[in-house]
Design a protein around this ligand. Structure first.
Ligand SMILES: Nc1nc2c(c(=O)[nH]1)N[C@H]1C(S)=C(S)[C@@H](COP(=O)(O)O)O[C@H]1N2
Ligand SMILES: [Mo]
Length: 420
């Protein structure tokens, strides 16, 4: 570890052309930030005034971060309206996904909804059906919580083998935001549930009018009717002005542009819970209503988009999450799962949230197979791809949460591979 750090600093300074000095005084130079007692050169941007405070009334990232963007895979879907864009996980730190980088998944494009005209109706098996305006909803007691939203199709292209070129496309259908809104239980209390109400239907105001059935227990537990995302009103593509947030459950049930909730006795068997979002098993039968996103993890650095530059010290970094609660432990292997080491978990470790893990590593320049394996607070262990295929077959699209492998090549590049 110690030797690793020294080499790390040496390489850094060698780029500046003072390799000899650096080997002699690595600590001093690192702390001082100067070289050979001389001050740093004064750059151009220090010699003139920059733009004033409201040059960008709504701030945008540095122009040098232009490559940090959502991307889509044109061949994956027939239209851009019923498609998906992926979160650039390879460029992100911490656990919060910036709103402008959140993956989007929609089936009928993003509607433009005037919040003044938007209404939410709650009806069906209730004592008093009610119509809410946005102003009504904001007046109710509010809650905020951080949680991930993951499309159950995340990684779903890789049941039969590695296919996607990098991390953004293999795992980028997940984001983690702070959501603010009204607890759904508060609104259900307002309309008054009748005892026969066991399921509810949530419907979106988009052209797809996406609808999903949810059991009442979950609805009364931690579901939020959200109007804010990361402190500001929800972005149009994330459901403006109102969406359902269903912590830990598959992305598809987080109905965006929410306009209607109907209470009933049983599920409605709509398109998104029959022909789609079911798990086709090896015997040809399909599992329905597999709502929870089981524990999953992936190494975000290094990854195909962030190759290794030189031998020496690296911190292996990644993300882990579980729809059942908190991440309890993450193990990392550099030899394809033969040996495992426990990674450090970065606070905060929150229930149904992305959690950061990291492990110091020295790359000696040889091939390596990097893997991460999460264990959540229920004791569930993330399966290998072989275990998952044994249990589920290869017909599925959804809920593929197996241990992921990056192969490190001797030139420092990384590839997406599967170890069977
Ligand atoms: N009304 C509506 N809600 C929707 C969808 C949609 O097409 N229409 N897509 C769903 C799917 S499949 C997912 S994975 C999540 C994605 O949420 P995001 O776009 O905020 O990432 O929204 C869900 N909610
Ligand atoms: Mo989805």
């Amino acid at each position: 570890m110690k030797a690793g750090r020294r080499t790390f600093f040496k390489r850094g300074l060698a780029a500046g052309g003072v390799a000899a000095l650096a080997t002699q005084h690595p600590k001093m130079l690192a702390a001082q930030g100067g070289l050979d007692g001389k001050p740093l050169e004064v750059p151009d941007w220090t010699k003139m005034l920059g733009p004033g405070v409201t040059a960008e009334p709504y701030g945008v990232p540095s122009e040098f971060e232009k490559n940090v963007v959502r991307r889509n895979v044109p061949w994956l879907t027939v239209s851009e309206q019923a498609s998906v864009s992926f979160t650039p996980l390879q460029d992100l730190d911490g656990i919060i996904t910036p709103s402008g980088l959140c993956f989007e998944r929609h089936h009928g494009g993003t509607p433009t909804i005037d919040p003044e005209q938007h209404r939410l109706v709650i009806h069906g098996l209730v004592r008093q059906p009610l119509v809410f305006t946005m102003a009504d909803l904001v007046r109710f007691p509010s809650v905020s919580r951080i949680c991930f939203v993951e499309c159950p199709a995340n990684g779903g292209m890789e049941w039969r083998g590695a296919q996607m070129a990098g991390l953004q496309f293999s795992h980028g259908m997940v984001h983690c935001c702070e959501w603010t809104g009204v607890k759904l239980s508060t609104l259900l209390d307002e309309v008054g549930l009748v005892p026969q109400a066991k399921w509810l239907l949530a419907e979106g105001a988009d052209a797809a009018a996406m609808t999903r059935s949810l059991p009442i227990d979950k609805a009364l537990d931690d579901v939020i009717v959200a109007y804010s995302q990361n402190g500001e009103r929800i972005r149009p593509e994330q459901g403006y002005p109102l969406r359902l947030v269903v912590p830990g459950w598959e992305g598809n049930v987080h109905i965006k542009w929410l306009r209607r909730i109907k209470l009933g006795e049983r599920p409605w068997q709509h398109r998104e819970e029959t022909s789609k979002y079911t798990d086709l098993m090896a015997d040809g039968k399909a599992r329905q209503f597999t709502f929870v996103q089981e524990a999953n993890s992936v190494i975000t650095a290094p990854c195909p988009e962030k190759p290794l530059k030189d031998k020496g010290f690296y911190e292996i970094r990644g993300l882990a999450w579980s729809g059942h609660g908190k991440v309890a432990r993450v193990d990392v292997s550099v030899d394809g799962g033969r040996n495992w080491q426990s990674a450090a978990l970065q606070e905060p470790i929150l229930s149904k949230c992305l959690t950061r893990f990291r492990l110091p590593w020295r790359w000696e320049g040889g091939p390596a197979f990097l893997q991460s394996r999460v264990i959540d607070e229920t004791g569930y262990v993330q399966p290998t791809i072989a275990e998952l295929r044994k249990a589920r077959g290869v017909n599925s699209v959804y809920h593929k949460n197996s241990i992921h492998t990056w192969r490190v090549n001797v030139d420092g590049t990384l590839d997406n591979v599967q170890i069977l």
